[in-house]
Design a protein around this ligand. Sequence first.
Ligand SMILES: *[C@@H]1O[C@H](CO)[C@@H](O)[C@H](O)[C@H]1NC(C)=O
Length: 384
Amino acid sequence: MSLVLKNLGMFIFSIINTIFFSCFAYIAFLLVLVALPLLAVLFSVKRHYKNRKDKSRSLQVAFFHPYCNAGGGGERVLWYAIEAIADKYPYAKISVYTGDIDASPKKISQKVHQQFDIKLPENLNFVYLHKRSWIEASKYPYFTLLGQSIGSMILACEALKNHVPDICVDTMGYAFTYPIFSFMGGCKVISYTHYPTITSDMINKVISRSSSYNNQNFIARNPFFTFVKLIYYRIFALLYRFVGKFADIIMVNSSWTENHIHSLWRRQMITYKVYPPCDTDALQRIPLHRTITGKIKIVSVAQFRPEKNHPLQMKTMYHLRQLVSEQMWENLELVVIGSTRNQEDENWVQDMKDLAKHLSIENNVTFKVNISYNDLKKELEEGE
Ligand SMILES: *[C@@H]1O[C@H](CO)[C@@H](O)[C@H](O)[C@H]1NC(C)=O
């Protein structure tokens, strides 16, 4: 009897063994079947890019900045960097990858001159990218970060198809493009990060289940969605860490960003803190004593985008109203100045106007969208 049982046991064991190993072999076979052609394609594209590289001796530097015409602080960094490189390495050929297909090089240069008082080099080369919609947040209602990141890889491929530089500088923080530029394009990759794509703050917001611009209400309320989102964020953070390995030099705009980048990428030896340029000359000339008009003007300057938390400013005004006298309130004005990059930002402005109405502070809040640097200075002069 026991012999029968033993034999049966052995039999079952050997069946399981066979199933297990055949499954294993099958999966391995599939992997090889998929991986080999994929690798072959990757390497042939890599060789293709290599052949396209300009063989002339001059140094080719390209800046990856798909929204170069947005006119914000990030763009100031871009234009100053270009000016500095053109100054120090006059023989370098500089290009900008941009998705602003409706703006001609001349128009962009004029705007930069008017807005930042920077004269761009005559021979600056603009490489236009047509696939910018791949990195727009509105394309990805769910898994936005991952969608935009993979989109940025596609955009980087388009960039390399048009022009293969020696050095590629990412000034917008699209870290997922680094493997593309580094491995496929054979470029040295320089990164300038204003804001890490994923931060421990964002993860903590999900853990504490508070709703914010990166955590919608329905997710914060539901424990299951919160769990899924947490796993997603953790995997994303791992991927972000991986792509960071492809950067050759890393620059960050502040100690806050530096701390996050240190803990995410752990590449202290090649990370440098470079504060963004700020044109204070003209601002310092603003006279400090103003004519007294009795009016109190508060000036807010920030791009119109969710991270800048304009609703908090509206709520602050709303609370201020409860604190001051009626007469004072009548003389109080909040001027909200900022630029918009696209339709989404325009909608954000409209939302803020609606919010001001909703809080019945609309008579004391003025929006000034995409005004020139001179007008900005004038507003600041009048600010309290
Ligand atoms: C760095 O960039 C972020 C994102 O644009 C911004 O919020 C922050 O104020 C910047 N820090 C400095 C020191 O400019």
